[in-house]
Design a protein. Structure first.
Length: 196
């Protein structure tokens, strides 16, 4: 038996119990056609028998499970393939092998988690998109000042420093307006006292 794909540049010899595509589908919950699709995309590389039947390593269960998880997290086939190319063929990947992939995904996952948390916390308020349709928009994005920092929902996809910058501008404007009103009120009070 030989691998159908030349991932990592070498054909592999089988080690351990082999699974047919139907067994693999039953264990992973994927359809046979989905497994073939992943094979066509270079994400999994079965061995072939002399009768041209696909045979998979038990380690391919984890590989396909990883693909399912990564897709549910929004990773593209190309991104997944790039990570899976780091795994060896012909043997079950070790904890160290999976740790390399985990490190590659960790930063991306952390930034996606942060975005989801921001979205959960801020979606019912001003997101800096420029719609100015909520009462809070007048406070957090007066006159669509967020646009200065780029397009889209700046308070969700932009840097926190952008939001802080606009808050600073807002606070400065608010301070100036409050002081102007206080100065005007003080001036009027002084004027009334002089007249009395």
């Amino acid at each position: 038996m030989a691998r159908t794909s030349g991932q990592n540049g070498a054909a592999a010899k089988p080690t351990g119990r082999m699974l047919g595509i139907g067994d693999l589908a039953a264990r992973t919950g994927l359809s046979v056609s989905a497994i073939r699709f992943y094979e066509d995309k270079g994400l999994v590389a079965p061995l072939r028998t002399s009768g041209n039947q696909r045979r998979f390593l038990r380690a391919d269960i984890r590989r396909l499970s990883f693909i399912q998880i990564a897709q549910q997290l929004g990773f593209s086939i190309a991104e997944i393939r790039q990570q899976l190319e780091k795994l060896p063929l012909g043997r079950a990947p070790t904890r160290k092998d999976w740790a390399r992939i985990s490190a590659g995904f960790r930063d991306i996952l952390d930034s996606r988690i942060a975005l989801m948390q921001k979205t959960r916390e801020r979606l019912d308020g001003c997101i800096g998109c420029g719609c100015l349709s909520l009462d809070t928009c007048a406070l957090y994005n007066p006159d669509d000042r967020a646009h200065r920092f780029g397009t889209g929902p700046r308070w969700l996809i932009g840097a926190d420093s952008e939001r802080d910058a606009v808050r600073s501008v807002r606070d400065t404007d608010q301070y100036r307006d409050e002081n102007h009103e206080e100065n005007r009120d003080a001036h009027q009070d002084a004027h009334q006292n002089v007249e009395a």
